[in-house]
Design a binder for this molecule. Structure first.
Ligand code: FEO
Length: 174
């Protein structure tokens, strides 16, 4: 069964949000590295790859269900994020927006009685809990560090090898 036209359109729109997430985190990686935060840069590069994987999950689902894949225009992300804390704060706000978009898709899937789509979206509902939690934890730690240079550098070092959320492997492989 194909998704309804309304659900397919909303999924294509959301797929664009996931690809935009990848673009946004790549911009954050570039800003981090140019500001001397190599660890955050590596973290953001990994996050960008993970988001690309999320976009591809929608791509594959739409194809599998016989719907048309429409690659919509991806907006240009900012190039300057101010401070490390401000950057992660923007990442957190972005993830909250992505969660709302997933919730809207889920509501549409239930309205259509499209349980295959709802089951597909279950993974994303869980993933967004992890994504928001991960970003929030980093924002909290950056808030504690404040303007303390050595504390910021220590956090940056930890970000270089920090385990991303559980979706990394699955999302990246998708
Ligand atoms: Fe794929 Fe971070 O939402």
């Amino acid at each position: 069964m194909k998704p309804s036209a309304q659900l397919a359109d909303a999924m294509n729109e959301h797929m664009k949000n996931e690809f935009y997430s990848s673009y946004l985190y790549l911009a954050m990686a570039a800003w981090s590295e140019s500001a001397g935060f190599e660890g955050a840069g590596q973290w953001m590069r990994r996050q960008a790859a993970e988001e690309h994987g999320h976009g591809m999950k929608f791509y594959d689902f739409l194809l599998d269900r016989g719907a048309t894949v429409v690659l919509k225009s991806i907006p240009q992300p900012p190039a300057d994020f101010g401070t490390l804390r401000a950057m992660y704060e923007q990442g957190l706000r972005h993830e909250e927006m992505v969660s709302q978009s997933i919730n809207r898709l889920y509501a549409l899937a239930l309205q259509d009685h499209d349980f295959a789509a709802a089951q597909f979206l279950d993974w994303f509902v869980k993933e967004q809990v992890e994504e928001e939690k991960t970003m929030q934890t980093i924002v909290d730690r950056l808030t504690l560090a404040g303007g303390d240079g050595p504390a910021l550098l220590q956090l940056d070092r930890e970000l270089a090898s920090a385990k991303q959320d559980a979706g990394e492997a699955e999302g990246g492989a998708a």
